[in-house]
Every structure is written in C-alpha cells, then in structure tokens.
Design a protein around this ligand. Structure first.
Ligand code: NDP
Length: 318
C-alpha cells in the first residue's frame, strides 16, 4: 500500500514514517528541503527506507505543491504545520501555513482517485479552549471545540492556528466528499528520531537544563509512539471516524518536576513556580474513543524518562 506523510522530517512524522515502513507500507514523504541532511538523514536510514521511502519537496504555502506526493496514494497523513511559540507575525508564521497548508493538502487529496482516507494531525489545542471551566472533575472529550475568538483574545496564536486549520479541514472535507479523521494529541513527548529539537520535547529539556522556575501551566501529555500508532490505526481501522483526543494524563509542571526528581535525584531542577498564583487546574480527558483504536497509553513517567534519555543521547542536556 502506498501512503503519503506531509512534513515527514518532523518529530511526530518521523515516528510515523518509521512505523509505516515497518508495517510494509511504501511511503511518499514530503519535506520542505530534501537536500538538507538534518531533515532527511534520519529518515533515509530507517529500516525499509531504501526500498520503500520516496522523498518529495513540498511547501504548505505553495498551491499544488503536494500533488505529486499525494498522487497514487490510498492514505495521506497530514502532519506538517508550524509549532512554535516565539513568533513575530502570527498570521504569516503560523496561521497561513496551518490553514492554507491544510486546504492545499486536502485539495490535492480531492484530485486523487486512489485516495481512501486522510488522517489530519490536529491538536488538543483545537479542543480545550472554549471558555468551559477545566477542573479535576471535568472530563474533556471529542465534542469540545476551541473557539477562535477566545484563542485570539488570549493571543494564543499556535492554538488559534490549529483550531482554524481543523475547522477548515472539516469544512472542505464535507464540500469535497473526502473521508478525514483527526488525531488531537496534547503535548507530545518521548524519544526523538530527528537530530533537531522540537517544541514539545523542549518543554522537558527546559526543566533539566538549569531553569530556576517552572511554568504555572497544566497540560495533557502523551507519548510520541502512541500518537504515531494512532495515526496508522485511524487509517487502517475501517470504523475510525471523527476526532480522537490523545492525553495519557493532564499534569501541572510541578508534577513533572516531582517525577523528574524521582527519576534523576541528582539533577538540579527548578524549585519554584514562575508566579505565586494558585497552580493551573488539572482536568480529565476521555480515553473512551482512542481505546477503540487499540491504543493503550505509555504512562507519563515512562514518557518523561524516554524523553530525557533521548535528549541526553542527542547532546541537548548541559
Ligand atoms: P515539528 O516542528 O517537529 O514538525 C513540524 C513539521 O511541519 C516539520 O516537518 C516542518 O517542516 C513542517 N512545516 C512547517 N512549516 C512548513 C511549511 N511552510 N511547509 C512545509 N512544511 C512545513 O513538530 P511536531 O512533530 O511536534 O508537529 C507535527 C504536527 O503535530 C503539527 O501539525 C503539530 O501542530 C501537531 N501537534 C504537535 C504536538 C506536540 O506536542 N508536538 C501536539 C499536538 C499536535 P521543516 O522540517 O521543513 O521545518
């Protein structure tokens, strides 16, 4: 079977490509710059890559850019989207590539007669920010959808980019009669295959690289291997549909620090929160739907350990 992965050099996508190759798929992988070894070396050295991995150059902002990568595929995994917080012009750097890129990819999908299903990497960012309270007794599920106005009012540009991109995906899929499924992970951690540092793994690195304080935030956390597997299940399981939230556990940064302390008693860790406000509340995220794809989450403590070991091995830890 032939499938396409957009943004193949990324953190999540690299694991997805690895698992697809190991399951026998032929993978057409889009990258922005196929000549940059930092973006491709780890992919071309995967088992099965020599025989079944094909690289394509494509940019989210260039119309028709994905046509040749998608042509002839039964499945498309659309993961490419910028994930940064430090941006000067959110419209240009985040929102346009996320939204126009999604439309661009789905329009290429609509032209392909072989295509059966598109799996879009959305985010819990497109789920949780809707003004409803999130407290330990509240369970967030797939019926929640973030409100663009709230994202904008709170200047959460990345969150806005993912919310608008998912909205646009559902709208276009309906218009074009495309079958799409979205995977909505929270903060993804676990081992890195790529040589560069990605935003979510950096959240763990910051805690062990000499920070004096930890952020006053609670996020959902999930292992990158579970996220990659869920993408494949969402393509392979005939009854897969709609959205799939992916959170093993919501934890405040203070809990992450405690877990790190248990795992690495000799590593200096931030001792206090960045502010004196009450700690941001945790909440529950439903695991019912993701269970139907056969995903049994890696526990947070294991994910944290795998992240740290990988960051050490890659030389990111001071
Ligand atoms: P990475 O930063 O590792 O990967 C992002 C990918 O998007 C890269 O391959 C990058 O290509 C590509 N990309 C960015 N801009 C463009 C563009 N203009 N044209 C083509 N490709 C582009 O991030 P992740 O693996 O973490 O994220 C992958 C997906 O998962 C994204 O959609 C993200 O929103 C989503 N996600 C991530 C979470 C996380 O915690 N990591 C949580 C929830 C969702 P290049 O290598 O050329 O820069």
């Amino acid at each position: 079977k032939v499938v396409c992965v957009t943004g193949a050099s990324g953190y999540i996508a690299s694991w997805l490509v690895k698992f697809l190759l190991s399951r026998g798929y032929t993978v057409k992988a889009s990258v922005r710059d196929p000549s940059d070894p930092k973006k491709t070396q780890h992919l071309v050295s995967l088992e099965g890559a020599k025989e079944r991995l094909h690289l394509f150059k494509a940019d989210l902002l260039v119309e028709g850019s994905f046509d040749s990568a998608i042509d002839g595929c039964e499945g498309v995994f659309h993961t490419a989207s910028p994930f940064y917080h430090d941006v000067k012009d959110p419209q240009v750097e985040l929102i346009d590539p996320a939204v126009k890129g999604t439309l661009n990819v789905l329009n290429s999908c609509a032209k392909s007669s072989s295509l059966k299903r598109v799996v879009v990497t959305s985010s819990m960012a497109a789920v949780t920010l809707n003004g409803k309270p999130r407290t330990p007794d509240v369970t967030v599920d797939e019926t929640w959808f973030s409100t663009p106005e709230l994202c904008e009012a709170s200047k959460m540009w990345y969150v806005l980019s993912k919310t608008l991109a998912e909205e646009a995906a559902w709208k276009l899929a309906k218009e074009k009669g495309l079958e799409i499924v979205t995977i909505n992970p929270a903060m993804v951690i676990g081992p890195l295959l790529q040589p560069t540092l990605n935003t979510s793994a950096a959240a763990i690195l910051d805690l062990i690289n000499g920070a004096k304080t930890f952020p006053n935030s609670s996020f959902g956390w999930v292992n990158v291997k579970d996220v990659a597997n869920a993408h494949i299940q969402a393509f392979e399981v005939g009854s897969a549909n709609g959205r799939y939230c992916m959170v093993e556990r919501v934890a405040h940064y203070s809990e992450l620090v405690s877990i790190l302390h248990e795992l690495y008693p000799n590593v200096p860790l931030p001792e206090r929160c960045v502010d004196e406000n009450p700690h941001a509340s945790t909440y529950q995220v439903s695991k019912e739907k993701i269970k139907s794809l056969g995903i049994d989450y890696v526990p947070l403590k294991v994910s944290i350990k795998e992240t740290v070991e990988s960051l050490k091995e890659k030389g990111f830890v001071h």
